[in-house]
Design a protein around this ligand. Structure first.
Ligand SMILES: Nc1nc2c(ncn2[C@@H]2O[C@H](COP(=O)(O)OP(=O)(O)OP(=O)(O)O)[C@@H](O)[C@H]2O)c(=O)[nH]1
Ligand SMILES: [Mg+2]
Length: 359
């Protein structure tokens, strides 16, 4: 399952955001290091198509695509040397697919800032530098291990070259994601799970009355370009979590916000990680599945079950929009709009699929 780690300085609203996203009640407190052990929560990726499909197929249940959020302890300068909660916390970041970095902008003088000063650029630099230092330490450890091996082993030699290239950039305080890598290098790079190779989205936790301040938002998004960012008030989001749908709509309207932060966030996550979904539908279950863009039909089948890929024959596909227009799977079939696609078919976002396989 796709997992996203919520990372940032202590006391900036990470747990508040986590609670808002996952509708949890984990400890939110006005002191640094309130969170020690990570909080883990799973959300459904909202998808209105599934509700329509459930009606059409009279399905017993809906299964949404899921995302796991991990609310991680705050980090401070020197974390890579064991300051604050140190390396333990860095280990938790290593496990996630993507980082959501929360940056404090809200002013509230009663809420402690660990450096007694609200300075987003400085805060971002502290966090990113710690991630770079942690990677550098890992690179050095790996280098020590493989330097001898590299004399006789080809893979170790390739790893050595890659690590040396990474090391020289990390030493200039450049995150790994900034570098260009060949496809061979990317294959070698993956298992290392480097922190600064993980995609980042920045969340600026701003005051409620700044939610429409476009010049502030422009200034902040410039700080993190080309990374994506979003603006929200973690406290406001937390208030929304226990409200009914129409109350939420009204509140968003009062603040002139068009889309809930969760929806914006999910679409940014999908875009950043190059993800899309496909659908399956039947009387037992209607369901959304997550794949990367340009996935071929047999690999999409493997997301459901490895056997579907092993015995893959064809993908029987209905387009969601055809189904809605025509009103039933039968009518889509009668209109000749069911497609039978083979093993080289590239999956499309509105595909409702029935995989044919033989074992
Ligand atoms: N005014 C205001 N206060 C906030 C906002 N978000 C969080 N806070 C307050 O900031 C304090 C810390 O919030 P948490 O969500 O616990 O922060 P955290 O980043 O998880 O903190 P640690 O776990 O200690 O690293 C609490 O007193 C919150 O009420 C916000 O958007 N506006
Ligand atoms: Mg916390």
């Amino acid at each position: 399952m796709l997992s996203i780690g919520i990372v940032g300085l202590p006391n900036v609203g990470k747990s508040s955001l986590y609670n808002a996203l996952t509708k949890n009640e984990s400890l939110v407190a006005n002191y640094p290091f309130a969170t020690i052990e990570p909080n883990i929560g799973i959300i459904n990726v909202p998808d209105k198509r599934l509700i329509e499909l459930q009606k059409l197929y009279q399905a017993e249940k809906i299964t949404y695509a899921n995302i796991k959020f991990v609310d991680i302890a705050g980090l401070v300068e020197g974390a890579s040397n064991g300051e604050g909660l140190g390396n333990k916390f860095l280990g938790h970041i290593r496990q996630v697919d993507m980082i959501l970095q929360v940056v404090r902008i809200f002013k509230d003088k009663d809420t402690i800032h660990v450096n007694n000063n609200i300075d987003p650029q400085n805060d971002i630099d502290i966090v990113n530098t710690e991630l770079v230092l942690a990677d550098l330490e890992q690179v050095n450890n790996q280098l020590n291990k493989i330097i001898k091996l590299a004399k006789s082993d080809k893979t170790a030699q390739n790893n050595l070259n890659l690590l040396l290239k990474i090391k020289s950039n990390l030493e200039k305080n450049r995150p790994i994601w900034l570098e260009k890598f060949s496809s061979d290098e990317l294959i070698l790079l993956k298992p290392f799970n480097f922190l600064t190779f993980k995609p980042i989205i920045y969340v600026f936790n701003i005051d409620e009355d700044e939610l429409n301040n476009s010049s502030l938002q422009k200034e902040l998004s410039d700080l993190v370009k080309p990374s994506k960012c979003l603006f929200l008030s973690a406290s406001l989001e937390n208030e929304l979590k226990n409200l009914e749908e129409d109350e939420i709509k009204q509140l968003l309207k009062d603040y002139q916000i068009e889309e809930s932060s969760l929806k914006i966030l999910i679409s940014q996550v999908y875009e950043t990680l190059n993800l899309q979904s496909f659908l399956t539908a039947g009387p037992k279950e209607v369901r959304a599945w997550t794949i990367t863009k340009n996935t071929l039909a047999p690999d999409a089948a493997a997301v459901i079950h490895n056997d579907f890929k092993k015995g893959f024959i064809a993908a029987e596909i209905i387009d969601y929009n055809d189904l809605i227009k025509l009103g039933s799977a039968l009518k889509v079939k009668q209109a000749g709009k069911v497609r039978i696609e083979g093993k080289n078919y590239v999956m499309q976002p509105n595909d409702i699929v029935n995989f044919r396989f033989n074992l």
